[in-house]
Design a protein around this ligand. Structure first.
Ligand SMILES: Nc1ncnc2c1ncn2[C@@H]1O[C@H](COP(=O)(O)OP(=O)(O)OP(=O)(O)O)[C@@H](O)[C@H]1O
Ligand SMILES: [Mg+2]
Length: 431
């Protein structure tokens, strides 16, 4: 890259923020990577009459992004499919959510011109106008209103995001609506999206709709999917990255695309500032520091609370780190023996393991620590998991920055892809 003036640099940094977007879900097919199996499942359900969908998984795993690109991914004649998307919030009710959905669907009616009997005019109103004809709004009323617009050849896809924010009673009514729409074979596909590891948590008892509900679990992304995110962004930016730097970003992301975007953004901005066309291994160090500053405020707060804030010398940061790197089952649960907490280690990262059950209990029951872990199972057989899995990469990145990740552990996390100059010694804050 030739010497850039400030204006050009600013423009390039702006472009970095578009190619890597940690703050926003993806909304174009070009930037949407991987997830082929999940996307296929959703598209198949849309095509099948009477089928509805639940998309669920950890926070920040890419649920909204998948929903955003559906419209572009539907290959059928778009004139025949209308996609409506709404977000729920904690104050919403069944009715308020439907009011929002229906207000986005326009319905044309014809009326005879007052002056000329032969003249028919058309007027478009939102379907929500029909709500006023009903005293109460339940699944039957919603079905009737939707039937006005849908037909054999016209389908409406309704995506309801942040569904976990609704009260349980309200959620139950959506399950009833799905049953009703399915029983009457209305040409509508409801897609429910929410944070959950288990769909029972999201929609409660759902045996009556099990047959018509396609469950799409969004697991953390694979390494090759995360690499595709970096490759695509850099292609857009016309930049390159050293192989090891790419591996480190992918390893630290632990399957969460949010961190791939965050670290990718900070690393590319660093390279641009150095007038380089290639993200180099040493840019990762800056990316780590900057990404900690710019990580989601809620994640930072949760960490500080659990780790004893800024107090030095407590064991919690190291224990959280051991939890974040513990082997888990498919739902993210680990047991106390999985937590390899070694307070004193040699240069190979080896040392005696110390039992930390007591700390795990406090992290899951002591409110003053913010309940970063959730506990399940019976006494003495407890298992734990992070309430918000998105915090795991943060804990690791923070551990690297603070120098509490041993070189051996870091090599392990990154499968020996850590460039020699990105090890612990680079992060001078160790104490
Ligand atoms: N398939 C993908 N390809 C590229 N980037 C992705 C993909 N999925 C998600 N991302 C990126 O990951 C981040 C989180 O994505 P998104 O907001 O879709 O997750 P979410 O599961 O809806 O999160 P939340 O639970 O907080 O609502 C965003 O920066 C988004 O750009
Ligand atoms: Mg989302």
């Amino acid at each position: 890259m030739h010497r850039m003036n400030e204006q050009v640099k600013k423009k390039k940094i702006f472009e970095c923020g578009k190619a890597f977007s940690p703050k926003a879900p993806v909304n174009t097919l070009q930037l949407f990577k991987g997830r082929r199996e999940q996307l296929q499942k959703v598209l198949t359900s849309i095509a099948a009459r009477g089928n509805h969908v639940v998309i669920f998984g950890d926070r920040g795993v890419g649920k909204t992004s998948l929903t955003n690109i559906l419209k572009d991914a539907i290959e059928d004649d778009l004139d025949q499919v209308e996609v409506v998307k709404v977000n729920c919030n904690a104050n919403d009710t069944f009715e308020s959510v439907w009011r929002r959905i229906l207000s986005e669907i326009m319905f044309a009616t014809e009326y005879q011109d007052a002056e000329d009997d032969n003249e028919w005019k058309q007027v478009e109103n939102p379907l929500s106008d029909w709500l006023q004809h009903y005293k109460t709004v339940g699944s039957g009323e919603i079905k009737n209103i939707l039937k006005m617009k849908c037909s054999e050849t016209y389908e409406i896809v309704i995506a309801i995001d942040e569904f976990d924010r609704l009260d349980q009673g309200e959620r139950r009514m959506f399950a009833d609506t799905i049953k009703e729409l399915s029983d009457y074979s209305v040409n509508v596909t409801i897609i429910i999206i929410g944070v959950a590891n288990d769909i029972n948590v999201l929609i409660g008892e759902h045996r009556s709709i099990e047959r018509c509900l396609t469950q799409v679990y969004m697991p953390p992304m694979t390494k090759s999917e995360l690499k595709e995110i970096i490759d695509t962004a850099l292609r857009i930016l016309n930049m390159k990255i050293e192989q090891d730097a790419k591996e480190v970003i992918v390893s630290l992301s632990r399957g969460y695309p949010y961190y791939t975007h965050l670290l990718g953004y900070e690393a590319s901005v660093r390279a641009v500032k150095l007038q380089s066309n290639t993200i180099q291994n040493q840019d990762i160090r800056t990316a780590i520091q900057e990404s900690l500053k710019n990580a989601q405020a809620s994640v930072r707060d949760d960490y500080n609370k659990a780790a004893d804030g800024q107090r030095k010398g407590t064991r919690y940061p190291a224990i959280l780190l051991a939890c974040a790197t513990a082997d888990t089952d498919e739902y993210g649960y680990f047991k106390p023996p999985d937590v390899k907490y070694k307070p004193v280690v040699d240069e190979h990262g080896e040392g005696p393991e110390v039992d930390c059950s007591e700390y795990l209990n406090r992290l899951s029951t002591d409110v003053t620590r913010g309940l970063i872990l959730e506990r399940s199972g019976e006494a003495r057989k407890y298992k734990y998991r992070f309430k918000n899995a998105l915090i795991k990469p943060y804990i690791i990145i923070k551990g690297i920055k603070d120098g509490i990740v041993s070189n051996a552990a870091l090599n392990n996390i990154c499968e020996n892809k850590v460039p020699p100059n990105v090890t612990k010694s680079m992060f001078g804050d160790y104490e």
